[in-house]
Design a protein around this ligand. Structure first.
Ligand SMILES: [Zn+2]
Length: 66
């Protein structure tokens, strides 16, 4: 019998970003980012989040899917 190719599906859990102001890596639950930016969160350049370390805004640029 022929074997079937299968796909392991994953969903976004978290985003991580290095803050340009303080160089600390910050991570945010994808759900909270999605709630804020909607589907744009998936494509990058969707807005900004506040750094939890220095409280400055981090502008989200291009994104990479890991
Ligand atoms: Zn910062």
């Amino acid at each position: 019998m022929e074997k079937a190719h299968y796909v392991i599906e994953s969903k976004p859990v978290r985003i991580s970003v290095v803050c340009p102001s303080c160089d600390e890596t910050q991570s945010y639950d994808y759900d909270s980012v999605y709630n804020k930016f909607g589907a744009d969160a998936y494509y990058g350049n969707c807005g900004s989040v506040e750094c939890k370390n220095c409280q400055k805004d981090i502008e989200l640029g291009s994104c990479e899917y890991d």
